[in-house]
Design a binder for this molecule. Structure first.
Ligand code: ATP
Ligand code: MG
Length: 417
């Protein structure tokens, strides 16, 4: 127990972290180019925020949240997703009073009590972006374009972009009743979950993962036949913007976010390369969410992108992520006097900008050279009593195993060649 991490969590060990740094850097670069600013919000929020914003008919709220009572008797929940907290912060800090839009990005850990499997964890990480205040479908296209650029930059080129419109509450009323008419004769064949969803939230049946329900959903009525004039026009605009940007997509009416706050655009980037958990990125518009949480009429659109799934996919696509550069030098020393000189030289070279290490195990010279080899440093700088006497170190080029004397004052020059 003591030496095993909780089920569904994963350590990101130092020998793997370069992959995270790589995608994090790419994500920031693109966010920067698109004009987004970063936000960092707390890991936990009041439970009410998620029941309100994610919606109390969703799987997340019904069975996946890490909720507990804190010592002050407040109900607290570890965030299961990113949007709610950003919406809360936007409202709390009255950012809506500024000129809009507000463009925000984040990298965040999320917590969901799910059945752990490949690409499905209990603690996982997301990159996310939100645009608040923009009603125009330019925002939707920009969001999709952001995700598309990022995924392409990560070396993935075989993802499918699926888009849909989930309409607005008024289109959905008619649609939901058509859906119920369709599913009613098959009610006994639906999974237990969906029997439950039938009354509360029939749109969720459409994206149920159980195979029989999925089969049935394929012939269900399409929301696209029920869109009102405004939602239809918006969907046309999204498609036109994507066409203009040269972004390929497939229309898939089974992509739903069956909540009342979600409106219009819904999209997913999916792959069949990493097994059943194939949705790498999902997003859409939520024009009524801000009102639901804070009674402000501010539209929003955004996406969440699972970082673990992204890395799985990059691996499956054979993307070679470059490892961080190794250290420039190890300062190898022998004897008491040399230790002091070595410490000083190490400090000086670091101050000048080199990546320099010194052996904290105080091994003998052979051991230190082995260590230099293991670190993959370019140079070992050897200092002993003779070197101190002559004011120069023996600099060993580890790649070609050649050695030469270099005056202490010239070390930086030599090592930075
Ligand atoms: P799924 O249908 O796979 O359960 P979801 O609809 O619950 O996904 P979202 O809430 O839209 O997912 O989250 C956005 C992204 O976060 C997903 O597309 C996925 O890449 C990632 N994600 C969601 N849940 C998990 C999880 N338990 N473990 C790892 N990544 C996850
Ligand atoms: Mg899920």
């Amino acid at each position: 127990m003591l030496t095993t991490a909780p089920k569904g969590t994963k350590d990101i060990m130092p020998d793997q972290i370069y992959k995270w740094h790589y995608v994090e850097k790419k994500f920031r670069e693109i966010a920067d180019k698109y004009g987004y600013s970063e936000i960092r919000t707390p890991v936990f929020e009041h439970t009410e925020l998620f029941t309100r914003s994610v919606g109390d008919t969703t799987d997340i709220v019904q069975k996946e949240m890490y909720t507990f009572q804190d010592l002050g008797n407040r109900s607290i929940t570890l965030r299961p997703e990113g949007t709610a907290s950003v919406v809360r912060a936007f409202l709390e800090h009255k950012v809506y009073a500024n000129p809009q839009p507000t463009k925000i990005y984040y990298e965040t850990s999320c917590y969901r009590y799910e059945k752990p499997q490949s690409g499905r964890l209990r603690e996982f990480h997301q990159f996310g972006v939100e645009v608040f205040g923009a009603e125009s479908m330019i925002a939707d296209a920009e969001i999709i374009s952001f995700a598309n650029d990022f995924l392409t930059e990560c070396g993935i080129d075989n993802l499918k972009l699926k888009i849909n419109s989930v309409g607005c509450p008024s289109c959905r009323e008619k649609y939901k009743s058509a859906l119920k008419d369709y599913f009613r004769p098959h009610l006994d064949k639906l999974c237990e979950n969906c029997k439950d969803r039938f009354d509360r939230n029939p749109m969720r049946i459409i994206d149920c993962k159980s195979p029989e329900d999925h089969e049935l959903a394929l012939n269900a009525p399409s929301i696209l036949d029920y869109l009102c004039t405004d939602c239809k026009a918006s969907f046309e605009e999204v498609k036109e913007n994507l066409d203009t940007l040269g972004i390929e997509y497939e229309i898939d009416p089974t992509i739903v976010r069956g909540l009342d706050y979600y409106t219009k655009t819904a999209f997913e980037f999916v792959t069949d390369k990493i097994g059943a958990q194939g949705t790498v990125c999902g997003g859409g518009r939520y024009d009524n969410l801000m009102y639901e949480v804070g009674e402000q009429d501010v539209p929003g659109v955004g996406f969440g992108l699972g970082i673990e799934r992204l890395l799985l996919l990059m691996d499956a696509c054979g993307v070679e992520i470059p490892k961080a550069d190794s250290m420039d030098a190890l300062i190898v020393f022998m004897g008491e006097d040399a230790r002091k000189v070595a410490l000083k030289i190490t400090k000086e070279l670091r101050q000048k900008g080199l990546k320099v290490d010194i052996d904290a195990m105080e091994r003998n010279i052979k051991g230190q050279l082995k260590y230099a080899d293991r670190l993959g440093v370019r140079y070992a700088v050897v200092i002993g009593d003779d070197e101190i006497l002559n004011g120069e170190a023996q600099v060993r080029d580890m790649r070609i195993s050649e050695q030469k004397a270099v005056p202490f004052s010239k070390l930086y020059e030599e090592l930075s060649k």
